[in-house]
Ligand binder design. Structure first.
Ligand code: FO1
Length: 332
Protein backbone atom coordinates (compact mmCIF):
# COMPACT_ATOMS: atom_id res chain seq x y z
CA UNK A 1 0.00 0.00 0.00
CA UNK A 2 1.19 3.52 -0.78
CA UNK A 3 2.45 5.49 2.23
CA UNK A 4 0.05 8.32 3.15
CA UNK A 5 1.55 11.59 1.96
CA UNK A 6 3.13 13.54 4.80
CA UNK A 7 1.43 16.94 5.05
CA UNK A 8 2.88 20.04 6.66
CA UNK A 9 1.54 20.34 10.25
CA UNK A 10 -0.19 23.60 9.44
CA UNK A 11 -2.60 23.01 6.58
CA UNK A 12 -3.97 26.51 6.29
CA UNK A 13 -2.50 29.64 4.80
CA UNK A 14 -1.10 30.45 1.40
CA UNK A 15 2.52 30.70 0.27
CA UNK A 16 4.21 32.63 -2.51
CA UNK A 17 7.37 31.61 -4.39
CA UNK A 18 9.38 33.93 -6.66
CA UNK A 19 10.95 31.81 -9.34
CA UNK A 20 13.13 31.76 -12.45
CA UNK A 21 13.72 28.73 -14.65
CA UNK A 22 15.28 25.32 -14.05
CA UNK A 23 16.78 25.61 -10.50
CA UNK A 24 13.88 27.58 -9.07
CA UNK A 25 11.30 25.29 -10.65
CA UNK A 26 12.75 22.32 -8.74
CA UNK A 27 11.92 23.92 -5.40
CA UNK A 28 8.57 25.15 -6.77
CA UNK A 29 7.77 21.50 -7.56
CA UNK A 30 8.57 20.44 -3.99
CA UNK A 31 6.44 23.28 -2.61
CA UNK A 32 3.60 22.47 -4.99
CA UNK A 33 3.73 18.84 -3.88
CA UNK A 34 3.25 19.98 -0.28
CA UNK A 35 0.89 22.90 -0.73
CA UNK A 36 -1.13 22.17 -3.91
CA UNK A 37 -3.59 25.07 -4.42
CA UNK A 38 -2.15 26.97 -1.45
CA UNK A 39 0.90 27.94 -3.51
CA UNK A 40 1.29 30.81 -5.97
CA UNK A 41 4.44 30.79 -8.11
CA UNK A 42 5.29 34.24 -9.51
CA UNK A 43 7.61 33.64 -12.46
CA UNK A 44 10.25 35.80 -14.13
CA UNK A 45 9.20 36.94 -17.60
CA UNK A 46 12.33 39.00 -18.29
CA UNK A 47 13.55 36.18 -20.60
CA UNK A 48 10.42 36.31 -22.78
CA UNK A 49 10.87 37.06 -26.44
CA UNK A 50 9.36 36.51 -29.89
CA UNK A 51 10.85 33.79 -32.07
CA UNK A 52 9.50 32.84 -35.51
CA UNK A 53 6.51 35.05 -34.67
CA UNK A 54 5.74 33.05 -31.51
CA UNK A 55 5.63 34.46 -27.98
CA UNK A 56 8.04 32.36 -25.91
CA UNK A 57 8.02 32.56 -22.11
CA UNK A 58 10.87 30.18 -21.19
CA UNK A 59 10.65 30.35 -17.39
CA UNK A 60 6.86 30.00 -17.34
CA UNK A 61 7.20 26.98 -19.65
CA UNK A 62 9.85 25.43 -17.40
CA UNK A 63 7.71 25.95 -14.30
CA UNK A 64 4.56 24.55 -15.96
CA UNK A 65 6.35 21.49 -17.39
CA UNK A 66 8.20 20.83 -14.12
CA UNK A 67 5.13 21.13 -11.90
CA UNK A 68 3.26 18.87 -14.32
CA UNK A 69 6.10 16.31 -14.06
CA UNK A 70 6.47 16.53 -17.85
CA UNK A 71 9.75 18.44 -18.12
CA UNK A 72 12.59 17.04 -20.19
CA UNK A 73 14.85 15.57 -17.49
CA UNK A 74 17.96 15.44 -19.73
CA UNK A 75 17.76 19.00 -21.06
CA UNK A 76 16.24 20.63 -17.96
CA UNK A 77 13.99 22.72 -20.26
CA UNK A 78 11.26 21.75 -22.73
CA UNK A 79 9.00 18.71 -22.67
CA UNK A 80 9.74 15.04 -22.11
CA UNK A 81 9.56 12.61 -25.06
CA UNK A 82 10.30 15.48 -27.43
CA UNK A 83 10.98 15.21 -31.16
CA UNK A 84 12.73 17.82 -33.29
CA UNK A 85 11.23 17.54 -36.79
CA UNK A 86 10.19 21.20 -36.90
CA UNK A 87 13.59 22.37 -35.68
CA UNK A 88 15.45 20.20 -38.20
CA UNK A 89 13.18 21.25 -41.07
CA UNK A 90 13.69 24.94 -40.22
CA UNK A 91 17.45 24.37 -40.12
CA UNK A 92 17.31 22.85 -43.60
CA UNK A 93 15.56 26.01 -44.79
CA UNK A 94 18.51 28.01 -43.46
CA UNK A 95 16.60 29.44 -40.47
CA UNK A 96 18.33 30.42 -37.23
CA UNK A 97 18.95 27.32 -35.11
CA UNK A 98 20.41 28.64 -31.85
CA UNK A 99 17.02 28.44 -30.13
CA UNK A 100 15.47 24.98 -30.42
CA UNK A 101 11.74 24.50 -30.44
CA UNK A 102 10.61 20.90 -29.97
CA UNK A 103 7.55 19.60 -31.82
CA UNK A 104 5.43 19.13 -28.69
CA UNK A 105 6.71 22.33 -27.08
CA UNK A 106 5.61 24.20 -30.21
CA UNK A 107 1.97 23.51 -29.31
CA UNK A 108 2.45 25.51 -26.08
CA UNK A 109 3.97 28.50 -27.89
CA UNK A 110 1.33 28.49 -30.64
CA UNK A 111 -1.49 28.28 -28.07
CA UNK A 112 -0.02 31.07 -25.92
CA UNK A 113 0.55 33.28 -28.99
CA UNK A 114 -3.04 32.69 -30.18
CA UNK A 115 -4.47 33.54 -26.75
CA UNK A 116 -2.42 36.75 -26.61
CA UNK A 117 -3.41 37.65 -30.19
CA UNK A 118 -7.05 37.14 -29.15
CA UNK A 119 -6.56 39.80 -26.50
CA UNK A 120 -5.99 37.58 -23.46
CA UNK A 121 -3.40 38.69 -20.91
CA UNK A 122 -0.25 36.70 -20.15
CA UNK A 123 -1.86 35.82 -16.77
CA UNK A 124 -4.89 34.38 -18.58
CA UNK A 125 -2.76 32.50 -21.11
CA UNK A 126 -0.60 31.07 -18.30
CA UNK A 127 -3.69 30.05 -16.32
CA UNK A 128 -5.14 28.33 -19.42
CA UNK A 129 -1.93 26.36 -20.04
CA UNK A 130 -1.45 25.45 -16.35
CA UNK A 131 -4.98 24.06 -16.19
CA UNK A 132 -4.42 22.03 -19.37
CA UNK A 133 -1.33 20.57 -17.66
CA UNK A 134 -3.48 19.85 -14.53
CA UNK A 135 -1.35 21.91 -12.15
CA UNK A 136 -3.07 22.57 -8.80
CA UNK A 137 -0.86 25.55 -7.85
CA UNK A 138 -1.35 29.02 -9.29
CA UNK A 139 1.46 29.86 -11.74
CA UNK A 140 1.49 33.55 -12.63
CA UNK A 141 3.74 35.82 -14.66
CA UNK A 142 5.42 38.54 -12.60
CA UNK A 143 3.68 41.12 -14.81
CA UNK A 144 1.33 41.29 -17.77
CA UNK A 145 3.41 44.14 -19.19
CA UNK A 146 6.64 43.49 -21.09
CA UNK A 147 9.79 43.67 -18.97
CA UNK A 148 12.90 42.53 -20.83
CA UNK A 149 16.20 41.56 -19.23
CA UNK A 150 19.09 43.15 -21.11
CA UNK A 151 22.65 42.04 -20.45
CA UNK A 152 25.33 44.76 -20.42
CA UNK A 153 28.54 43.47 -22.00
CA UNK A 154 31.87 44.78 -20.76
CA UNK A 155 33.12 47.58 -23.00
CA UNK A 156 30.04 47.27 -25.18
CA UNK A 157 26.27 47.74 -25.19
CA UNK A 158 23.31 45.62 -24.09
CA UNK A 159 21.98 42.45 -25.70
CA UNK A 160 18.68 40.62 -24.95
CA UNK A 161 18.88 37.83 -22.41
CA UNK A 162 18.28 34.89 -24.78
CA UNK A 163 20.93 36.19 -27.19
CA UNK A 164 23.43 36.27 -24.32
CA UNK A 165 22.30 32.98 -22.80
CA UNK A 166 21.92 30.78 -25.87
CA UNK A 167 23.24 32.47 -29.00
CA UNK A 168 26.42 33.68 -27.22
CA UNK A 169 26.43 30.70 -24.77
CA UNK A 170 27.05 33.07 -21.82
CA UNK A 171 30.60 33.66 -23.13
CA UNK A 172 30.80 37.49 -23.13
CA UNK A 173 31.85 39.24 -19.94
CA UNK A 174 28.94 41.04 -18.26
CA UNK A 175 29.13 44.15 -16.11
CA UNK A 176 25.54 45.40 -15.76
CA UNK A 177 21.90 44.52 -16.28
CA UNK A 178 18.77 46.46 -17.09
CA UNK A 179 15.13 45.50 -17.16
CA UNK A 180 13.58 47.34 -20.05
CA UNK A 181 9.98 48.37 -19.47
CA UNK A 182 10.13 47.75 -15.71
CA UNK A 183 9.50 51.37 -14.81
CA UNK A 184 6.12 51.22 -16.61
CA UNK A 185 5.18 47.72 -15.47
CA UNK A 186 2.91 46.70 -12.64
CA UNK A 187 2.76 43.32 -10.91
CA UNK A 188 0.22 40.91 -12.42
CA UNK A 189 -3.22 41.05 -10.75
CA UNK A 190 -2.83 37.75 -8.85
CA UNK A 191 0.59 38.88 -7.62
CA UNK A 192 -1.03 41.99 -6.11
CA UNK A 193 -3.88 40.01 -4.58
CA UNK A 194 -1.66 37.36 -3.00
CA UNK A 195 0.50 40.08 -1.44
CA UNK A 196 -2.69 41.68 -0.05
CA UNK A 197 -4.12 38.37 1.14
CA UNK A 198 -4.08 38.11 4.96
CA UNK A 199 -3.76 34.33 4.51
CA UNK A 200 -0.26 34.74 2.98
CA UNK A 201 1.98 32.99 5.52
CA UNK A 202 5.34 32.91 3.79
CA UNK A 203 7.31 34.14 0.79
CA UNK A 204 10.14 32.12 -0.74
CA UNK A 205 12.82 33.29 -3.14
CA UNK A 206 13.68 30.14 -5.07
CA UNK A 207 17.30 29.13 -5.79
CA UNK A 208 17.37 31.05 -9.08
CA UNK A 209 19.97 33.43 -10.49
CA UNK A 210 19.55 36.64 -8.42
CA UNK A 211 20.70 38.96 -11.25
CA UNK A 212 18.67 37.70 -14.21
CA UNK A 213 15.82 35.69 -12.63
CA UNK A 214 14.87 37.35 -9.33
CA UNK A 215 16.00 40.97 -9.85
CA UNK A 216 13.69 41.35 -12.92
CA UNK A 217 10.76 40.44 -10.63
CA UNK A 218 11.95 42.84 -7.92
CA UNK A 219 12.47 45.62 -10.51
CA UNK A 220 8.70 46.05 -10.84
CA UNK A 221 7.88 49.30 -9.05
CA UNK A 222 6.55 48.85 -5.53
CA UNK A 223 7.11 45.07 -5.27
CA UNK A 224 10.27 45.16 -3.20
CA UNK A 225 8.61 47.52 -0.72
CA UNK A 226 5.45 45.40 -0.57
CA UNK A 227 7.43 42.23 0.15
CA UNK A 228 9.56 44.03 2.73
CA UNK A 229 6.53 45.42 4.53
CA UNK A 230 4.66 42.10 4.55
CA UNK A 231 4.46 40.46 7.99
CA UNK A 232 4.93 36.96 6.54
CA UNK A 233 8.55 35.74 6.68
CA UNK A 234 10.52 36.05 3.45
CA UNK A 235 13.10 33.34 2.94
CA UNK A 236 15.73 33.02 0.20
CA UNK A 237 17.17 29.64 -0.74
CA UNK A 238 20.80 29.62 -1.85
CA UNK A 239 21.49 28.98 -5.54
CA UNK A 240 25.21 28.53 -4.65
CA UNK A 241 26.66 25.42 -3.05
CA UNK A 242 30.34 25.28 -2.13
CA UNK A 243 31.04 28.42 -4.20
CA UNK A 244 29.48 26.96 -7.37
CA UNK A 245 26.14 27.61 -9.03
CA UNK A 246 24.24 24.36 -9.38
CA UNK A 247 23.26 25.36 -12.95
CA UNK A 248 23.74 28.39 -15.16
CA UNK A 249 26.03 31.40 -15.14
CA UNK A 250 25.41 32.79 -11.60
CA UNK A 251 29.00 32.38 -10.33
CA UNK A 252 30.50 33.41 -13.68
CA UNK A 253 28.47 36.62 -13.45
CA UNK A 254 29.50 37.14 -9.80
CA UNK A 255 33.14 36.85 -10.76
CA UNK A 256 32.73 39.32 -13.65
CA UNK A 257 30.87 41.74 -11.37
CA UNK A 258 33.79 41.57 -8.90
CA UNK A 259 31.79 39.72 -6.23
CA UNK A 260 32.97 36.87 -4.04
CA UNK A 261 31.45 33.63 -5.38
CA UNK A 262 29.74 32.36 -2.28
CA UNK A 263 26.35 31.91 -0.66
CA UNK A 264 27.30 34.78 1.66
CA UNK A 265 27.25 37.20 -1.30
CA UNK A 266 23.77 35.97 -2.20
CA UNK A 267 22.59 36.51 1.40
CA UNK A 268 24.12 40.03 1.35
CA UNK A 269 22.32 40.74 -1.94
CA UNK A 270 18.91 39.92 -0.38
CA UNK A 271 19.67 41.02 3.20
CA UNK A 272 17.40 44.08 3.21
CA UNK A 273 14.46 42.04 1.88
CA UNK A 274 14.52 38.72 3.69
CA UNK A 275 14.17 37.36 7.22
CA UNK A 276 15.77 33.98 6.67
CA UNK A 277 18.31 32.26 4.44
CA UNK A 278 18.50 28.57 3.59
CA UNK A 279 22.17 27.63 3.36
CA UNK A 280 23.53 24.33 2.13
CA UNK A 281 25.01 22.06 4.83
CA UNK A 282 28.28 22.11 2.88
CA UNK A 283 28.54 25.86 3.56
CA UNK A 284 27.91 25.65 7.33
CA UNK A 285 31.12 27.68 7.85
CA UNK A 286 29.26 30.75 6.44
CA UNK A 287 26.41 30.53 8.95
CA UNK A 288 27.79 33.04 11.49
CA UNK A 289 28.63 35.64 8.81
CA UNK A 290 25.10 35.38 7.41
CA UNK A 291 23.61 35.66 10.91
CA UNK A 292 25.68 38.83 11.37
CA UNK A 293 23.62 40.33 8.51
CA UNK A 294 20.63 40.06 10.88
CA UNK A 295 19.25 36.96 9.16
CA UNK A 296 18.06 33.65 10.57
CA UNK A 297 19.83 30.73 8.92
CA UNK A 298 18.61 27.21 8.23
CA UNK A 299 21.07 24.55 7.13
CA UNK A 300 19.63 22.11 4.62
CA UNK A 301 20.59 19.67 1.91
CA UNK A 302 19.85 22.05 -0.95
CA UNK A 303 21.08 20.07 -3.97
CA UNK A 304 17.87 18.77 -5.58
CA UNK A 305 18.65 15.68 -7.64
CA UNK A 306 15.56 13.59 -6.95
CA UNK A 307 11.88 14.30 -6.34
CA UNK A 308 12.47 13.40 -2.68
CA UNK A 309 15.22 16.05 -2.49
CA UNK A 310 12.79 18.66 -3.86
CA UNK A 311 10.07 17.66 -1.38
CA UNK A 312 12.49 17.52 1.57
CA UNK A 313 13.89 20.97 0.79
CA UNK A 314 10.34 22.33 0.43
CA UNK A 315 9.46 20.85 3.85
CA UNK A 316 12.55 22.43 5.42
CA UNK A 317 11.60 25.78 3.89
CA UNK A 318 8.02 25.51 5.19
CA UNK A 319 9.19 24.51 8.69
CA UNK A 320 11.68 27.38 8.68
CA UNK A 321 9.02 29.84 7.53
CA UNK A 322 6.61 28.70 10.28
CA UNK A 323 9.35 29.05 12.88
CA UNK A 324 9.89 32.67 11.79
CA UNK A 325 6.20 33.58 11.79
CA UNK A 326 5.36 36.21 14.41
CA UNK A 327 3.65 34.12 17.13
CA UNK A 328 0.40 36.10 17.11
CA UNK A 329 -0.17 35.42 13.41
CA UNK A 330 0.43 31.66 13.28
CA UNK A 331 -2.68 30.25 11.63
CA UNK A 332 -4.84 27.80 13.54
N1 FO1 B 1 17.53 26.32 -23.46
C1 FO1 B 1 18.62 25.89 -24.12
O1 FO1 B 1 19.67 25.67 -23.51
N2 FO1 B 1 18.58 25.70 -25.50
C2 FO1 B 1 17.45 25.89 -26.22
O2 FO1 B 1 17.45 25.73 -27.44
C3 FO1 B 1 16.26 26.30 -25.50
C4 FO1 B 1 15.04 26.44 -26.14
C5 FO1 B 1 13.89 26.73 -25.38
C6 FO1 B 1 12.64 26.78 -25.99
C7 FO1 B 1 11.52 27.05 -25.26
C8 FO1 B 1 11.64 27.29 -23.89
O3 FO1 B 1 10.54 27.55 -23.17
C9 FO1 B 1 12.86 27.26 -23.25
C10 FO1 B 1 14.01 26.96 -24.00
N3 FO1 B 1 15.27 26.89 -23.39
C11 FO1 B 1 16.36 26.50 -24.09
C12 FO1 B 1 15.44 27.22 -21.97
C13 FO1 B 1 15.63 28.71 -21.71
O4 FO1 B 1 16.13 29.46 -22.73
C14 FO1 B 1 16.48 29.02 -20.47
O5 FO1 B 1 16.65 27.94 -19.61
C15 FO1 B 1 15.87 30.12 -19.65
O6 FO1 B 1 15.51 31.25 -20.36
C16 FO1 B 1 16.76 30.54 -18.47
O7 FO1 B 1 15.98 30.41 -17.35
Amino acid sequence: MKEPEQQPQDDSGHYLALCGGIGGAKLALGLSHQLKNRLTVAVNTGDDFQHFGLYISPDIDTVIYTLAGKNNKELGWGLENESWNFHNAMKKLGQESWFQLGDRDLATHITRTQLLDDGKTLTEATHFLSKKFCIPSNIIPMSDSPVRTMIGLKGSGFIPFQHYFLREKCQPEVDRFKFEGAELASPSPDFVSILNNPQLKGIFICPSNPFVSIDPILSIPGLREKIKAHPAPTIAVTPIIGGQSVKGPTTKMMQELGMEQSALTIAQNYADLIDGFVLDEQDANLKCDIQKLGLQVKLAQSLMQSLDDRINLARSCLDFSRSLMPTNSVSQ
